[in-house]
Design a binder for this molecule. Structure first.
Ligand SMILES: NC(=O)c1ccc[n+]([C@@H]2O[C@H](COP(=O)([O-])OP(=O)(O)OC[C@H]3O[C@@H](n4cnc5c(N)ncnc54)[C@H](OP(=O)(O)O)[C@@H]3O)[C@@H](O)[C@H]2O)c1
Length: 284
């Protein structure tokens, strides 16, 4: 397999008319994204991210798009569980050196809590696998109900939201999911519930979430926000009921070696005419 590198800062390689398999950079720069329609033999675009909402519109017809959902699920699910535990036990506040625990203080556990995984794809499943040792009760929602896996569809949300204490958002950003977590959704959650987002910020209506955390009814732990990055002084940054990380769920030292192995395997599959992994079929 011949390999050429192009990062947008140099002239296009002379192989441009031969390229069949194009691996985009993890952070999509303007250069590589802009040449997708200049590769006459292009068959596969391989994104290194899991979310591809910015790439889908750029992929020419009859060209397959693959994401790296199966790779990102590991680090992202790890972050989801980290956020849940850190929020439940209020680790940021409690780890201050001057913090003196009042003997009457208790914190919410993860054990015995009811957890809704909203979006039960690669990340949702990986979250559930990691929660397995925490003795919590898991509920699952996806686009399509799958009774054999105990997965409900959105029609079950009103019932489920009223009974869960933690929601972990693992949805892609699409026209159907933008703002899905809105004021009505949040209002259905019980007092003190925790909303975790490791997916995309705009899935949650920020103003609605701000209202619920500012009035002290809900808590949040967010790796992704809308807007992103959060401006200094934004209520999601200043509220003590909110834990925010700056979209870093994927950034572990497990990622690069796994991405390398994944791309290697995908190229081999392509060369041997075998089915590719993580083919984007539903526009996200
Ligand atoms: N924080 C980060 O750094 C980070 C890292 C990686 C990924 N992400 C984000 O996480 C998203 C999810 O990743 P993934 O790999 O788990 O994706 P995935 O494998 O495609 O799974 C998506 C899940 O969402 C469900 N879904 C899609 N549209 C829905 C709708 N309208 N209503 C209800 N459920 C819906 C799907 O339902 P079905 O199962 O029925 O199809 C599926 O269960 C990515 O798109 C990306 O934006 C963020």
């Amino acid at each position: 397999v011949g390999v050429d590198r192009y990062d947008g800062s140099t002239p296009l390689p002379t192989s441009v008319d031969e390229v069949e398999f194009f691996v985009l950079p993890l952070v999509l720069g303007p250069g590589p994204a802009a040449i997708l329609d200049q590769l006459p033999r292009l068959r596969v675009v391989q994104a290194l991210s899991a979310g591809v909402e910015d790439i889908v519109p750029l992929v020419p017809p009859n060209v397959a798009l693959c994401n790296a959902s199966s790779v990102h699920s590991t680090s992202t699910a790890e972050m989801a569980v980290a956020l849940v535990l850190a929020a439940q036990r209020d680790l940021v506040a409690v780890s201050r050196r001057d913090f003196v625990p009042d003997a009457r203080l208790i914190w919410p556990s993860l054990a015995d809590r009811r957890v809704l995984i909203l979006g039960y794809g690669a990340i949702g499943r990986a979250v559930e696998a990691r929660l397995a040792g925490f003795e919590c009760e898991v509920r699952r929602v996806a686009r399509r109900a799958r009774p054999d896996e105990h997965v409900d569809d959105l029609a079950a949300l009103p019932r489920l939201l009223a009974e869960v204490e933690i929601v972990i958002v693992c949805l892609p950003l699409t026209s159907a999911t933008r703002g899905l977590v809105n004021a009505a959704f949040l209002a259905t959650l019980p007092d003190g519930a925790l909303v975790v987002n490791v997916a995309r910020g705009p899935v949650i209506d920020t103003a609605a979430l701000v209202a619920e955390v500012q009035n002290g009814r809900l808590r949040a732990a967010l790796d992704v926000t809308d807007p992103e990055p959060l401006p200094t002084g934004h209520p999601l940054r200043t509220s003590s009921a909110v834990l925010v990380t700056p979209h870093v769920a994927g950034r572990t030292n497990a990622l690069a070696p796994r991405l390398r192995d994944f791309v290697h395997d995908q190229v081999l599959r392509y060369v041997h005419g075998e089915p590719l992994h993580d083919v984007v079929t539903d526009g996200y």
